[in-house]
Design a protein around this ligand. Sequence first.
Ligand SMILES: *Cc1c(COP(=O)(O)O)cnc(C)c1O
Length: 373
Amino acid sequence: MIKFLDLQAINEQYRAGIDQSIRRVLDSGWYILGQENEAFCQHFAEYCGVPYAVGVANGLDALRLIIQAYEWDAGDEIIVPANTYIASILAISQNGCTPVLVEPDIQTYTLDPHKVEAHITSRTKAIMVVHLYGQVVDMEPIWALAEKYDLKIIEDGAQAHGAFYQGRRVGNLGDAAGFSFYPGKNLGCLGDGGAITTGDGALYQKLKALANYGSHKKYENIFKGHNSRLDEIQAAILDVKLKGLDADNQRRREIAAYYLTAIDNPHITLPTVRDEHGHVWHVFVIRTDHRDALMDHMNRHNIQTLIHYPIPPHKQGAYQEWNHLSFPITEDIHHTVLSLPISPVMRQADVVRVADVVNHFSLQKSVAVGMAM
Ligand SMILES: *Cc1c(COP(=O)(O)O)cnc(C)c1O
């Protein structure tokens, strides 16, 4: 069986360092907001190329806290891609702001900057760029719009740790960025975790307080804050894994490069890459009009595939007020996408086999490919 993602094997690469970290935290007797959190946040900020990072409990909180910190009024608008993972949108509506959904580019699956301007109103406060599937949004036109209309740029970097654009890393492409360290992300811990990066010192101070009961000083609460902190044990583990992130992303790039040259099937549309060096391939997403048949075919050859994502946010029960709306590009994406296995620990023989099995997919009765597994 070729698994979609083998988390055990990914973490096994870091076994010695993780074991040591867990023991160190256990022995320290200090489990929340200590030196592990401080060290990791400093290293992650440096890695992203910004002065500040705040550890938080998860990626959704990272985005929610950023929006809360700006103190926009109820009904103020934030532009967000219609095909994102629902967390980006929840972060906006849970703050009382209005998510304004904009169609993505069908080729790259990321926000189409040319469609953004038409959605800017007097109430627009920010553009949330989501570097979906590991590919950085085309930022030049977004920077120009933010400047022209005096908008903040919030990055959702949950799928793009280490990705870069014009030499700058995700986390350093807007006013503030939210990251998730959910186990399956490119940089994942052994549970939930998240971080916010920013270059804005005042925002950083406020976010640190907001994530800790609105408090800078124990038992003095100046904001209506949250309990959203990155545990010492997770911070220590992340600090170990951060050192391997570039190598892990490079392996993902090599696998993607192989798929992009080896996969050749008229039923399949490969992803369009804007910059092969900057992309970190959180997932490798192809499109096909015959998704069920292709998934079946892959399953029969013992290859696990997943759909990111089967239902667009505006068709979810959580957003019934939007269910009547139509976003044809987004809907097309959700009906046709399929993610192939990609991970830093995937063996080359398995990579070759995945491409081979995809190439043998046809609408006729499918034939066995190669040797039985
Ligand atoms: C995973 C993810 C999030 C949320 O992160 P959690 O840690 O699960 O809360 C937000 N946005 C995107 C695009 C994600 O993929």
